[in-house]
Design a protein around this ligand. Sequence first.
Ligand code: FE
Length: 196
Amino acid sequence: MSGDHTSAVIAEQVRHVEALLEERGLLDDGEIDRRIDEFLAGGTPANGARITARAWTDPGFRERLLADANAAIRELGLSMAGALQEQRLKVVANSEREHHVVVCTLCSCYPIALLGPSPAWYKSEAYRSRVVRDPRGVLQEFGLTLPLETRITVWDASAESRYMVLPRQPEGTDGMSEEELASLVTRKGLIGTAVV
Ligand code: FE
């Protein structure tokens, strides 16, 4: 069954439940749409960049972020509480020895609150199937050639669990402010298909 077909079936079921709840007066007209719109409006890669810059400049925050990301991002006024339920967030840190990359092999699960809507390539069948089998080759196509000694770990997101990559701080940026550091971070860096 293709992801698109699954989504269509789920969307149909959701509309049905929504109509029943509205009919019985348990839900105002359009309440779910409003909640989803609010959720999407707050999602932007600037949030992931802020988290990254804070982790680069505050070792205590970095430690808390890697241990319990849901709790740590609340310190920055951010949350993974979606329209319906809070998604579990795990932040995985790149190092000299290890590089992380995120995918959803099943469909397109993605930390929208921290990265905004996902790019088309993230949802593509080609990326989803190939990054698991040949991460090094796929990263190379993104222009990211990692040393052979660097271990690559692929994290498969799901409806309950989302992942964000914490890129390595570029060399020569030690004196920069948190805002300047945040401006270096890209959406691809937070997915793991770029260095920052
Ligand atoms: Fe998914």
